[in-house]
Design a protein around this ligand. Structure first.
Ligand SMILES: [Zn+2]
Length: 283
């Protein structure tokens, strides 16, 4: 069955000049529309759902727009945009779908910038974490964005029900993820390592995880590992299809939340190939 895409045009209404701008999602949406995907509109996450992940003070500041850092502007109404993106992750978790929403989330920790890093890397609320906490199930989080998800690691570090696995370019922004710590398994890779090495590393990563104990797989689906993108590891559309197959082979309820990927049309094609790979192997 074809994976449903969670999307609202509202997420295109801010931040036109930034690298994390609307085009990256708008163009992806157009490509996926042409490929006949079905789209569902999210509703904003409740404050209660956000507070399972983030500190009250941080949410308060976000509402007031007091969250600017050099990467991550305090746009007008950013709280509402971020809340809708978190709501996208919640809906994706409910229907095993793919949330094609912005802003992304995996650099946002409990109180903003995570693990001693000074910026939030275009993130406001940790969408995947909000969805995993809401489900309350034993979860395997696979972070395939090209950057380390320092926010997600901070939130789930030491959580006995969650294992976080990240493959990412290193050394690179945010500078964390050079080694594994407890339930957070990090697989740093050199720039443009190529998809063969990437996929071998992904197999190694899954090899050290007891997949059977998890009730759900949550994927932080970033596409900035694409050759030439912001955290390139030299992947192509074919590599994303292979990656999707490996995730489908886990045969678990799985949902996907967009993180990075900065070339819109390319994101659309990569997401399509990735989901085709998942569906080829899924139950
Ligand atoms: Zn990224």
């Amino acid at each position: 069955m074809k994976t449903k895409i969670v999307f609202s045009e509202k997420c295109l209404n801010y931040g036109g000049w930034h690298v994390e701008g609307p085009q990256r999602v708008k163009m992806a949406h157009e490509v996926l529309k042409e490929k006949q995907y079905e789209f569902l509109e999210p509703t904003p996450a409740s404050e209660e759902a956000l507070l399972k992940v983030h500190e009250t003070d941080y949410i308060w500041n976000l509402k007031k727009g007091l969250v600017e850092d050099p990467d991550t502007p305090a746009y007008d109404n950013i709280y509402e945009y971020a809340r809708l993106s978190a709501g996208g992750a919640l809906l994706a978790a409910e229907i095993n779908g793919f949330s094609l929403m912005r802003p992304p989330g995996h650099h946002a920790g409990r109180s903003g910038a995570a693990l001693g890093i000074y910026t939030r890397g275009f993130c406001y609320l940790n969408n995947v974490a909000v969805a995993v906490k809401a489900l309350g199930k034993a979860a395997l989080i696979l972070d395939v964005d090209g950057h380390h998800g320092n926010g997600t690691q901070e939130i789930f570090q030491g959580d006995g029900r969650v294992v976080y696995v990240s493959l990412h370019r290193y050394p690179h922004y945010p500078g964390t993820g050079g080694f594994s710590e407890g339930n957070c398994l990090n697989f740093p890779l050199p720039a443009d390592c190529g998809e063969q090495r990437y996929l071998e590393t992904f197999d190694d990563a899954l090899g050290v995880v007891d997949v059977g104990r998890f009730e759900v797989v949550a994927v932080s689906a970033g596409f900035d590992t694409h050759r030439g993108d912001l955290a390139s590891l030299g992947l192509t559309e074919g590599g994303y299809r292979e990656l999707g197959r490996r995730i489908g082979m886990l045969k678990k309820p799985t949902f996907f939340v967009l993180e990075g990927g900065y070339v819109g049309e390319q994101n659309g094609r990569d997401i399509d190939q990735f989901l085709r790979g998942v569906e080829e192997k899924a139950v």
